[in-house]
Design a protein around this ligand. Structure first.
Ligand code: FES
Length: 154
């Protein structure tokens, strides 16, 4: 392996992604809280923003997070189809995220950086698994192209 390739590999290994998580108050946030109180280990790469419902997450919040250098964004809410405390917020969130993934691609941001998941208040282990998976996936992608001054143009 050349010295340059070795250096790139080392940089990728050093890279610790910053993930912004928008978690709904009633399910996903409670799931994250359970992971915490149960002392389930997961990477400390996520910064959590509590919202009342995943349907409250405006696509502009997600774009703003990427613009400010987030390497990944997680939107997490109550399970489909009927756990949302506001009835259809989770469906709205899903529709928006799927649409936004297409838009991100146009901007040169890999759609895999944005993820939507359903986590109930009793699924602390599921929350931890999602974060572990997300960190691994984003480590493979590398830093947000906006941070690197690269190809993205939001
Ligand atoms: S209240 Fe949790 S997704 Fe709506």
């Amino acid at each position: 392996m050349t010295e340059q390739k070795l250096e790139v590999k080392e940089k990728k290994e050093e890279f610790e992604p910053k993930i912004i998580g928008f978690l709904c108050n009633w399910c996903a946030y409670a799931g994250a809280d359970l992971a915490g109180v149960s002392r389930i280990q997961y990477p400390a790469n996520i910064r959590i923003i509590r919202v009342m419902c995943s349907g409250r997450v405006d696509p502009a919040f997600i774009l703003e997070a990427f613009k400010n250098g987030a390497d990944g964004v997680l939107v997490a809410g109550c399970h489909l189809p009927s756990d949302c405390h506001y009835l259809t917020g989770n469906f709205k969130a899903l529709r928006r995220v799927l649409l936004l993934k297409k838009v991100l691609k146009e901007f040169g941001i890999e759609p895999e950086r944005l993820r939507i998941e359903w986590v109930s208040a009793s699924e602390g282990d599921r929350f931890a698994t999602i974060i572990k998976e997300m960190v691994e996936e984003i480590k493979k992608l590398g830093p947000n192209p906006l941070k690197a001054g690269g190809k993205a143009n939001v």
